[in-house]
Design a protein around this ligand. Structure first.
Ligand code: ATP
Ligand code: MG
Length: 412
């Protein structure tokens, strides 16, 4: 019987030497988790690929598409699985080539054999399948170099897998192979993209959102949750922390010179985020900053905010234009949600003319105008969180509060 299965290809994992098995197992677990509730059987390893089977025997394009969004997946092929019988796999090759959606003029056959229990040599397989395809597509050309389509015929473990069309995956590394990061997460375009980028490089992401509540509605918090749901297929987020920040912003705005308000807000945000990172065992912070995009993102201002924390701050979008970021947001499915307007702490108590080149001594003077230590402590004490079942390698801290004293002397 002929079945349809998904063959998952990965490249970077293959480069990781001794870690290879770990990486493959992580990717398998992530695929199984992402497709939980669908009709797949467990994904498993097969000769340099991962194999994903559907209970019905017929994996679908939708399944292949869902797999292609999982970090670590370089390509996905919807393949025919046939017995090792020439006529059957030649017919499958004709079908596979006939189903290629793009316009094509030339092809070649690439036979592989990963099991020695099949007597045919790959050269013979190439010839046999090639002649079936030439008979079925008489107007098309065979090209050994640079064909439009390559038909792969792969004999492995008693079966032959045949495919012609391959979908491109997001690439990167499986989430859970690169540690944990805390990302400063707003409902704008940039930070969800920045978060996804770190997830694609294998990091488990823990977003922290500062809401304007109680001075604003909680709309931005719902949008953040929607954004995380939209990122679900990539499985990068386990928990969202929400910090109601409105009241404290008001306190800051009452005592700090107008132009320096945003810098004060951001220093508080960075400090709170770093404490969450310590609690979570995260090794870096992530922001969606892009150089010069808004007043707070000049080198001077980045520097006076950055000095609040000792963890590395990763800014994957620092050199990106808004256009590129929005294009990426469309690809990862966050664009429409980020397009919705919501007041959050960024829109609250904004100065008419924010300082773009803050002087360090003035920043320090303003910082001492309010009891920042007590404020930060209170914010951490009132932090809330929402869990998401999309990242199987996310492990929450043992207890949110039990480790406070140990991790942050400020809580003593
Ligand atoms: P974004 O599109 O990510 O909101 P932005 O262009 O609006 O970015 P800013 O508002 O200056 O730029 O924010 C810069 C970065 O600071 C954001 O990318 C994000 O990492 C962080 N940030 C901004 N607002 C918040 C918030 N309300 N909660 C948590 N982090 C935030
Ligand atoms: Mg913003």
């Amino acid at each position: 019987m002929i079945e349809r299965v998904c063959l998952v290809h990965y490249h970077e994992i293959g480069l990781k030497g001794k870690n290879r098995a770990n990486f493959e197992n992580r990717l398998l677990a992530n695929i199984n988790h992402a497709l939980k509730g669908s009709s797949i059987q467990r994904a498993r390893r097969i000769s340099g690929h991962l194999l994903v089977e559907d209970q019905s025997g017929f994996a679908s394009n939708e399944m292949a598409h869902a797999i292609s969004r999982i970090p670590g997946v370089a390509r996905v092929s919807l393949a025919y699985r046939c017995p090792q019988e020439e006529q059957v796999y030649c017919d499958a090759a004709v079908r596979a080539l006939g189903e290629v959606s793009e316009d094509w003029q030339s092809f070649k056959v690439h036979a592989r054999r990963s099991s020695t229990n099949y007597e045919r040599h790959t050269l013979e397989m190439n010839r046999i399948v090639g002649s079936s395809l030439c008979a079925a597509f008489p107007t098309k050309k065979v090209l050994m170099h640079g064909p439009d389509i390559t038909v792969v015929v792969h004999a492995v473990q008693g079966d032959v897998y045949v495919y012609a069309d391959t979908g491109i995956g997001v690439g990167g590394l499986p989430v859970g192979t690169a540690g944990k990061v805390v990302s400063l997460f707003s409902s704008g375009f940039d930070s969800p993209v920045a978060t996804w980028m770190l997830g694609r490089r294998g990091a488990i992401c823990v977003p922290v959102h500062f809401s304007g509540r109680p001075m604003t509605s909680d709309t931005s918090e719902w949008l953040c949750q929607d954004l995380i749901e939209a990122l679900a297929p990539s499985g990068v987020v386990g928990r969202l922390y929400v910090v109601p920040f409105g009241e404290k912003q008001r306190e800051i705005s009452l005592v700090v010179p107008q132009g320096l308000r945003i810098i004060m807000y951001r220093r508080v945000m960075f400090d709170v985020a770093e404490r969450v990172a310590n609690l979570e065992g995260a090794k870096a912070l992530v922001t969606g900053e892009s150089l010069g995009q808004v007043a707070s993102q000049t080198l001077e201002n980045i520097s006076v905010v950055n000095e609040m924390v000792s963890l590395p701050v990763l800014r994957p979008l620092i050199g990106s234009d808004k256009q590129e970021i929005m294009r990426r947001a469309e690809e990862i499915g966050t664009y429409d949600i980020s397009s919705q307007d919501a007041p959050d702490c960024c829109t609250l108590f904004m100065p008419r003319r924010p300082e773009t080149h803050a002087r360090r001594d003035e920043v320090h003077k303003a910082w001492d105008l309010f009891d920042h230590e007590a404020m930060i402590q209170e914010l951490v004490d009132t932090i809330e969180y929402v869990d998401f079942d999309q990242c199987p390698s996310y492990k929450p801290p043992r207890s949110l509060w039990a480790r406070h004293n140990e991790l942050s002397p400020a809580f003593e």
